[in-house]
Design a protein around this ligand. Structure first.
Ligand code: AMP
Length: 279
């Protein structure tokens, strides 16, 4: 595995590889890698000739007062995990943006709700960094996790709207044995917060099961879930259409829906979601 820190070096490598017809896959991450990230690598590995993993804590997607400074960093551990997953290139730039960088990519509408409402500018930072990473790596495939469901929807929109020459591949959310969604931020949870954070998945599971059993009113489903959540503060708990992210008032048969939650435990903000179906 090759570790590259200079964006120009990566660009030179991937353009020379793209020319002879090699398929390039990208897994963009902010590092502190865990089995959720590994699942994205495992998904792409058999489908590409060259697998690139980027590790970059992108300042553009953090708002003032958010956890940019305390975001966990562990490049040595990241390199070990990437090696285990058969990654070809670990791209870990100290700085990603060139001097004079002046572009941002804004996806409207889909970014006004859910995490976009509580984190203004977050998804513009995400779309911008991904656009630059797609350009630098010239990737044919890029994998993203359903853990960040809204991010996936926003990036699919961006790729379609800008006709970017790549395909987005979605990976299912990976959980720990106690049901908590794997996240780099889980390292910050105290044992008590960790125990209470299990309530997020429990609450969403109750909602999903009630929907499968025929409860179709969103109010009833969300009330049920809310009763099970033990958090310091709930940012949002919502039931939305899985494509438009528009709120659902009543489930329709075969309409793909998603229940999503964001909640605070002390200084740590966690997100989780499940697919909801009325069969
Ligand atoms: P991050 O490093 O948190 O920015 O995440 C990088 C990529 O890994 C994103 O596409 C995430 O959705 C994905 N990811 C993070 N945690 C998980 C998880 N528990 N299950 C599946 N994908 C994940």
């Amino acid at each position: 595995m090759q570790t590259i820190r200079d964006p120009a070096e990566l660009e030179a490598l991937t353009s020379s590889e793209r020319a002879p017809g090699e398929t390039i896959g990208l897994v963009p991450t902010m590092g502190s890698l865990h089995p959720g990230h590994a699942s994205l690598m495992a998904l792409l590995r058999p489908r590409v000739d060259r697998l690139v993993v980027s590790v970059y804590v992108n300042p553009l997607q953090f708002g003032p007062g958010e956890d940019l400074e305390r975001y966990p960093r562990d490049l040595r551990g990241d390199a070990a995990l990437c090696r285990e997953q058969g990654v070809d290139v670990l791209f870990a730039p100290p700085d990603l943006y060139p001097d004079g960088f002046a572009t941002s990519v804004e996806v409207h509408g889909l970014t006004d709700v859910l995490c976009g409402a509580s984190r203004p500018g977050h998804f513009t930072g995400v779309a911008t960094v991904c656009a630059r990473l797609f350009g630098l790596t010239r990737c044919h495939l890029a994998a993203f996790g359903e853990k960040d469901f809204q991010q996936l929807v926003v990036l699919r929109r961006m790729v379609e709207d800008l006709a970017l020459p790549l395909q987005i591949v979605a990976a299912p959310l990976v959980r720990d044995a106690d049901g908590v969604a794997l996240s780099s931020r889980n390292k910050h949870l105290s044992p008590n917060e960790r125990r209470r954070a299990q309530s997020l998945h429990r609450a969403l599971s109750h909602l999903r099961d009630a929907a499968a059993a025929g409860t179709v009113q969103a109010d009833a489903l969300l009330d049920l879930a809310q009763q099970h959540i033990d958090a310091d503060r709930i940012d949002y708990l919502a039931l939305v259409d899985a494509h438009s992210l528009a709120p659902i008032t009543q489930l329709q048969r075969r309409q793909p829906a998603r229940a999503l939650v964001a909640a605070h435990y002390g200084q740590t903000r966690l997100i989780d979601n499940v697919a909801v179906e009325w069969i």
